[in-house]
Design a protein around this ligand. Structure first.
Ligand SMILES: C[S@@+](CC[C@H](N)C(=O)[O-])C[C@H]1O[C@@H](n2cnc3c(N)ncnc32)[C@H](O)[C@@H]1O
Length: 223
C-alpha cells in the first residue's frame, strides 16, 4: 500500500533537519516546570499501577524517552524519521529506539502500561486523529495511561524552511476540549488537563499556548 503524502513529507522533513532539531530542543525541558510535573505525574501513575512497558511515539531525539527512563519507567521510543532515530540512538545508546509510525504500531493488543505522544500528533491531519487514538487505545492495557502534549490553537501552521533547510511540515494546533472529545470517542478517559500561556524558552517566546492531557484506558475495558 502506498504511504499517505503527509507521512512521507513529515519523515523527509525531520530527516533533513534532524541535527538542527536535536540541538534546538536539547535543554528545553529544564525551562518547563509544568510539563515536567505532567511527565512526573504520568510516571507515578504508571508505576503505582505496577509499571510495565512505556512507549514514546514520535520520540525524535529521545530526550523525553530518556526523561521517562530517569523517572523510573521502562521506556522506549519510536519515530517515523530514521534521521531522528539515529540521533536518539547516538545520544542514549542504552535505550531502545525503533523506526515506525504511530498509526500502525507493531505491538500486541494491551502491550503497554503507558504511551506518550509529546508534540508528535501535531503532525497528523485532523482526519487521522481518530485512527491514531484508536491505535493508542488498542496497544494500552486496560488501566494503561496516555500523555499527550500539543500546541493550542485553531489554525495549522505550515513551514517550508527550518534552520535554512527545505522542509514541508504542518503543525496542527488544536483545542484541548476537542482533543479530549476525540480521546473519549476512542474509549480513553481524560482525567487531567494542563493548558498554559506561552512562555519564554531559551530566549524565545513560544508562539501559542501549550497543552498536556492525561488519559487512561478504563481498567474494566476488556474489548
Ligand atoms: C516536534 S518533534 C517531537 C520529538 C520529541 N517528542 C520531543 O519532544 O523532543 C515530532 C516528532 O514526531 C515524529 N512523528 C511525526 N509523525 C509521526 C508518526 N506518524 N509516527 C511516528 N513518529 C512521528 C517526527 O518524525 C518527529 O521526530
Amino acid at each position: 500500500m502506498t504511504e499517505p503524502d503527509f507521512l512521507t513529507a513529515t519523515r523527509t522533513s525531520y530527516d533533513t533537519m534532524a541535527a538542527d532539531y536535536t540541538e534546538f530542543i536539547r535543554g528545553e525541558l529544564a525551562a518547563l516546570p509544568l510539563e515536567r510535573a505532567m511527565l512526573a505525574a504520568f510516571a507515578e501513575l504508571v508505576l503505582s499501577d505496577g509499571g510495565g512497558p512505556v512507549l514514546e511515539v514520535g520520540c525524535g531525539p529521545g530526550r523525553i524517552t530518556r526523561h521517562l527512563h530517569d523517572l523510573g519507567l521502562d521506556a522506549a521510543g519510536l519515530d517515523l524519521s530514521p534521521g531522528m532515530i539515529a540521533q536518539a540512538r547516538r545520544a542514549y545508546p542504552d535505550l531502545r529506539f525503533t523506526e515506525g509510525s504511530m498509526l500502525e504500531l507493531d505491538l500486541a493488543d494491551g502491550a503497554l502500561a503507558g504511551l506518550v505522544a509529546w508534540y508528535s500528533v501535531i503532525h497528523l491531519p485532523d482526519d487521522r486523529l481518530p485512527a491514531a487514538f484508536a491505535e493508542f487505545h488498542r496497544v494500552l492495557a486496560p488501566g494503561g495511561h496516555l500523555l499527550l502534549a500539543f500546541q493550542v490553537g485553531d489554525e495549522p501552521m505550515h513551514r517550508t524552511d527550518m534552520w535554512g533547510r527545505p522542509v514541508s511540515l504542518t503543525f496542527h494546533r488544536r483545542r484541548p476540549e476537542e482533543v479530549a472529545l476525540l480521546l473519549h470517542a476512542a474509549g480513553l478517559d481524560v482525567h487531567a488537563r494542563l493548558c498554559r500561556e506561552p512562555q519564554g524558552v531559551d530566549g524565545r517566546l513560544e508562539s501559542t499556548p501549550q497543552a498536556c492531557l492525561l488519559a487512561r484506558r478504563p481498567s474494566g475495558d476488556r474489548r
